[in-house]
Design a binder for this molecule. Structure first.
Ligand SMILES: NC(=O)c1ccc[n+]([C@@H]2O[C@H](COP(=O)([O-])OP(=O)(O)OC[C@H]3O[C@@H](n4cnc5c(N)ncnc54)[C@H](O)[C@@H]3O)[C@@H](O)[C@H]2O)c1
Length: 704
């Protein structure tokens, strides 16, 4: 391994180069090298100042997160020790930033005496997304440099800002102009500091904090502003407390408070869960049979068949990523309706101020509506999103096979049909894949990539690549009824329905699930998706149900009453005109109570705990079957599916991580008890039993 830190001289300036590929993580060898380089330069009478910069594509992505769990992050020199050494240096230290400077890779620059950056450099403190606070002075120095409100916004959202904005705010002192060399500019800045004798330190600044002291209500207002977005999360509030400490306490006390908070957050279950999700996203890109050398098709032109609910949203995904896309329908009226819906969706985003009118037009210009089916022949990828009907899909794929380029990817957005059966009508099943988007397709981040028996590694690799380009989290699963996501959703929703027959009401169940951290409960979700959609799914699933297994008919009755959910103003709940707020409806309660009577069930009080365990453990149990059957390669993929597909609270790490955290043996024992009382739907999955017996976890499980 090469030395992660180099030291060169440019006149009287010591230039320190960090070189720890691929992201210049601030690992122990790098920290040690930097400490030693600074110490040597301080001892050298010919060195009057320093420039720190990095080799490679970025300044630094920050701490090495894996060191958190091994304890190496705590070995001297720790990042806070190193940062103090820089700030206290009697010789000025100028940092030169390019690419990305985030986390510790931003905290270190904050302690330097001046910051120079290439325009476009992304600078920020994303620690909050890992369930922690910045732990090396970020919450104390940033508000001193850019002001309290901008610092709160940056730290609590975790979103990096570009160097231009950072320059406006005073974080970056100088931007490098076109044609200038970053290090040369930094050396000049260092020489100027030497000449002036100035040694500006963030810790000494108080002017912007003083302004904030004049507005003590600022913090409460900020908490109110993030309340919805941050519901259930601990770290955003811990970040606010640290910035509050920066305003109210002397620098060293604030720093100590930040450190304590950091250490507390780091060992919290929430942070472990959020770190798990961070690694799960990276892990999901590793797919059996797909390697770094697997060829990928770069997608330059796309086509979507069907411009309904899903097709329209999928077309928007391409346009949003700058990829031209054709959408087809077989009739003009349907095409016009679909395009109108797309335009309406964009217009709503413009009205909310999240998109400029100009960007809306340029995105719309990338979507080309057409009735000419054959015109999709030049697309690199075609995604079929027509009605859920096997005969129709087979017909479409036969026609696609005749016109598409040999290397084109032919994808189906089916939510339940057999991808292998669809692929079999083509002469090239290796080019066929399921790309299961979630509704609304332009919003939901999950993309379930369904690997058919014959799907080629190149197609999978290209699909994974595409998912990232269009801002989705791609998770590869195998073919089975309903794939992984919906397959796990069914037992969850089904238990909710059994529970209302036994004594609960939809509003109680939705409250429990909401308080657990989901954006809504199963009944609200049903009303949003449409009870007619669920009814149609049951029509083709029900005939396969073994007759000894219990069935809840209440949803069918609501459907027969024309209560389709939000779209008809009535479903499990009722809705006032123009509102999405669910209101409990006595008519539904009567129907539920009557159904219990008909079934001879004596209604009982059901505890919140039972609701949570019946619903969640049932879905974990199904997840265990999905793993055992080889439909999914790893439990963390299922966690991503639930976080990005259904809003499972990220701070709980996903259902399989949650099961590990409450104990697989507890989940198993509870399922056993439920099975005895409530019958076969709740029979513990063999994998759950095995893990419980062996003291295993889903996290450590690997396919045998
Ligand atoms: N709605 C969801 O939540 C959801 C989620 C994931 C996947 N899906 C799947 O996506 C697919 C589409 O579902 P949807 O909800 O968008 O349905 P939809 O009824 O809203 O849209 C289907 C569109 O396909 C068009 N169409 C029908 N035959 C066509 C043909 N021969 N050529 C071109 N266009 C044709 C129809 O006119 C209609 O506009 C289905 O396979 C469905 O299972 C739906």
């Amino acid at each position: 391994m090469s030395d992660p830190v180099r030291f060169d001289r440019r006149g009287a300036v010591g230039v320190i180069t960090l070189d720890n590929p691929p992201v210049n993580a601030l690992s122990l060898p790098l920290r040690t090298g930097l400490r030693d380089a600074l110490a040597a330069g301080l001892d050298d009478p010919e060195i009057e100042a320093f420039v720190i910069h990095s080799a490679g594509r970025m300044f630094s992505a920050g701490a090495d997160i894996r060191e958190f769990d091994t304890g190496v992050a705590g070995e001297s020199p720790t990042l806070p020790e190193l940062i103090a050494q820089i700030e206290d240096s009697p010789k000025p230290v100028v940092v030169a930033l390019h690419g990305t400077a985030v986390g510790g890779g931003c905290e270190l620059p904050l302690a330097c005496h001046a910051r120079v950056a290439v325009p476009g450099t992304r600078i920020g403190l994303p620690e909050v997304t890992l369930g922690i606070v910045p732990g090396a002075g970020g919450t104390q120095r940033l508000p001193r440099l850019i002001g309290v409100l901008p610092a709160l916004e940056a730290i609590v959202s975790g979103k990096p800002m570009d160097a231009e904005r950072a320059h406006e705010l005073g974080l970056v002192d100088e931007l490098v102009m076109d044609g200038q060399d970053l290090v040369e500019v930094a050396v000049e800045v260092a020489e100027r500091l030497v000449e002036s004798g100035a040694l500006p330190k963030a810790r000494d600044r108080d002017d912007l904090l003083a302004e904030a002291r004049e507005q003590p209500e600022l913090f409460e207002q900020f908490r109110a502003k993030i309340a919805r977005r941050a519901r259930g999360f601990e770290a955003p509030y811990a970040c606010i407390e640290c910035v509050e400490a920066a305003v109210q306490r002397p620098f060293d006390e604030g720093l100590a408070f930040e450190r304590e908070t950091f250490v507390r957050c780091r060992s919290s279950l929430q942070s472990k869960a959020q770190r798990h999700v961070f690694f799960a996203e990276r892990e999901a890109r590793r797919v059996r049979g797909v390697g770094p050398d697997t060829a990928k098709l770069t997608i330059q032109r796309a086509a979507v068949l069907g411009c309904g609910t899903m097709g329209g949203g999928i077309a928007m995904c391409f346009a949003n990523a700058g990829i031209p896309v054709r959408v087809t329908e077989s009739e003009q009226a349907a095409l016009d309706r679909g395009m109108e819906k797309i335009r309406g969706n964009y217009a709503a985003t413009v009205a909310k101020g999240r998109l400029s009118a100009e960007d809306m037009e340029s995105r719309l210009a990338l979507i080309e509506p057409t009735l000419d089916f054959d015109s999709v022949s030049d697309a690199d990828i075609v995604i079929e999103a027509v009605f859920e009907d096997m005969a129709l899909k087979k017909d479409i794929f036969t026609r696609l096979d005749a016109i598409c380029r040999p290397d084109a990817i032919m994808a189906t957005n089916t939510s339940s049909l057999d991808v292998d059966e669809i692929a079999a009508v083509t002469s090239r099943p290796e080019q066929v894949v399921g790309l299961h988007f979630f509704s609304p397709a332009n919003v939901m981040r999950l993309l379930e990539i369904v690997r058919g028996e014959r799907t080629s590694p190149e197609v999978l690799s290209s699909a994974l690549d595409l998912s990232r380009r269009i801002g989705k989290v791609g998770v590869v699963v195998g073919v089975c009824d309903a794939f992984a996501a919906n397959r796990m959703l069914y037992p969850y929703a089904q238990q909710a329905q059994f529970l209302i027959e036994e004594g609960a009401l939809p509003e109680q169940i939705d409250r429990v699930i909401y308080e657990f951290g989901f954006p809504m409960g199963p009944f609200g979700l049903g009303d949003l998706a449409g009870l007619d959609v669920g009814w149609r799914v049951r029509q083709h699933r029900e005939p396969t149900r073994p007759k000894h297994l219990r069935y809840s008919s209440i949803a069918d009755r609501l459907y027969e009453m024309g209560r389709y959910g939000q779209k008809t103003g009535k479903g499990w709940f009722r809705y006032e005109e123009g509102s999405r707020a669910p209101i409990p409806d006595p008519e539904v309660e009567q129907l539920i109570v009557r159904t219990s009577e008909e079934l001879g069930i004596e209604r009982r009080d059901i505890s919140d705990e039972e609701i949570l365990e019946r619903c969640l453990f049932a879905l974990v149990n199904e997840g265990a079957r999905v793993l055992d059957e080889g439909i999914s390669e790893r439990a963390s993929d299922l966690d991503l599916i639930w976080i990005y597909g259904y809003g499972f609270p990220r701070y709980r790490g996903g259902p399989m991580f949650y099961a590990d955290s409450v104990g697989v043996d507890h989940v198993y024992a509870t399922m056993q008890r439920f099975h005895e009382v409530h019958g076969d739907w709740l029979e513990p999955a063999p994998l759950l039993e095995r893990l419980a017996r062996e003291g295993g976890t889903f996290a450590d499980w690997t396919p045998s």
